[in-house]
Design a protein around this ligand. Structure first.
Ligand code: PLP
Length: 390
């Protein structure tokens, strides 16, 4: 197997995703205060910890009280299992090739595996036999997401198949909510109703179900009645609650760059591809060497803001013109004292003085790009060095 060697030495690049693990720890702790004692917290650290670094995020969340970790890919689960974190791990997304190659090791490492179809059940059973270890199975019920999960009317049959297989142990039932970020939407209650009746049918078939879980960040924050045995927050751990909340959460990732160039331009200067922006007055432009290949959303062009740190303090300035592959332009204003080398915060936590302008958030970038902060965070590309600080 060949291991890719980075073509560019990260020390020689200006862009950083600065990760503050203490923010993840504190966010986890803050969510923990909402839970009854018997409810555990599963930190969702899939997609490389929502772009923050999976192991960094996992360790920080555990310090904040998480006793479970959740990841989509079995390969991620294996990496977590090898890190000896002393928590239970759940993985839920695999196809037959992955199941055959990785699941035996995953199950052999004591990781819990989700089953969302009869085919997945057969794959897990096969992998458990190969590992010569009983697989701990979380049976996923599709209550409306239409993705991974057993349809409610299949639950008795699948439950019976689990019971009859000595290599499978029913550990939990679970489901995923489609619309918990809109607390007024009645579909959440409809999903819960479907889930509860499927669980009742299953218990009728196989006896008590040890654990149940369904709450993502939004439901963790707004629906204590849905906390059940485990909650599974993701985005809130990284500082972005998907619903209005008083729970103090702060961003754990700050995306930074540095001004490459500062120049004076006259009124009427066009900027970037397609000339979508033209200066309305003489001004000073700043060139920032970060673009869509670093993860900025081109859709946010001419709509986002950044924070520039100059000798005179922090200044919020607009990004102007199209976002290019490697660079953006910002309008520093005619009187700016900014100089090449000054730090630029694209989004995150500026930790500035109370009256100083704050850095934009990933939420603001998401709004500018017509997307969600999840995508902004996970889009920060591999060529941006993650630097753990704090
Ligand atoms: C199955 C599952 N549970 C929980 C989560 C966490 O969701 P959120 O980041 O909205 O808290 C996710 C993320 O999408 C998920 O896929």
């Amino acid at each position: 197997m060949s291991i890719p060697i980075p073509a560019e030495d990260p020390r020689h690049l200006p862009n950083r995703a600065v990760i503050d693990p203490s923010a993840i720890t504190q966010n986890t702790r803050a969510l923990g205060t909402l839970l009854e004692e018997q409810t555990a917290l599963m930190a969702v650290v899939k997609a490389d910890g929502y772009g923050h670094g999976m192991l960094t995020a996992a360790r920080a969340a555990i310090e904040g009280g998480a006793t479970w970790l959740g990841v989509a890919h079995p390969a991620s689960a294996l990496a977590l299992a090898r890190a000896d974190l002393e928590v239970q791990i759940l993985t839920w997304l695999y196809e037959p090739h992955t199941a055959r190659t990785v699941l035996p090791q995953v199950i052999g490492s004591g990781v819990d595996v989700s089953v969302g179809s009869a085919e997945m059940l057969a794959l897990v059973s096969e992998a458990a036999r190969a590992a010569d270890r009983r697989a701990r199975v979380h049976l996923k019920i599709d209550t409306g997401m239409g993705r991974n999960g057993v349809m409610p009317w299949q639950i008795r049959e699948i439950g019976a198949a689990v019971r009859e297989d000595d290599f499978l142990q029913l550990t939990a039932t679970w489901t995923h909510l489609t619309s918990a970020d809109d607390p007024a939407d009645p579909v959440t209650d409809q999903q819960v109703e479907l889930f509860d009746s499927a669980c009742a049918a299953l218990e009728d078939e196989v006896g008590p179900i040890p654990l149940q879980h369904l709450a993502n960040s939004a439901a963790t924050l707004t629906r204590p009645d849905l906390h059940r045995d485990i909650v599974r927050p993701g985005i809130a751990l990284y500082g972005y609650p998907p619903v209005a909340t008083d729970v103090p959460l702060r961003p754990a990732m700050t995306l930074t760059s540095r001004l490459a160039l500062v120049k004076d331009v006259p009124e009427g200067q066009s900027i970037g591809y397609g000339r979508i922006s033209t200066t309305e007055r003489a001004t000073r432009l700043g060139l920032v060497p970060i673009g869509y290949a670093d993860g900025l959303h081109r859709e946010a062009s001419d709509r986002a803001e950044v924070l520039v740190r100059t000798d005179s303090g922090d200044h919020r300035v607009p990004q102007v013109g199209r976002i290019s592959m490697d660079q953006i332009v910002v309008d520093l204003g005619p009187a700016a004292d900014a100089r090449p080398g000054d730090e630029v915060l694209l989004f995150g936590d500026s930790g500035g003085a109370p009256n100083a302008p704050w850095a934009p958030t990933a939420d603001e970038w998401a709004r500018a790009a017509g997307t969600i902060p999840y995508e902004v965070l996970t889009s920060v590309s591999g060529r941006v060095t993650r630097e753990v600080r704090g």
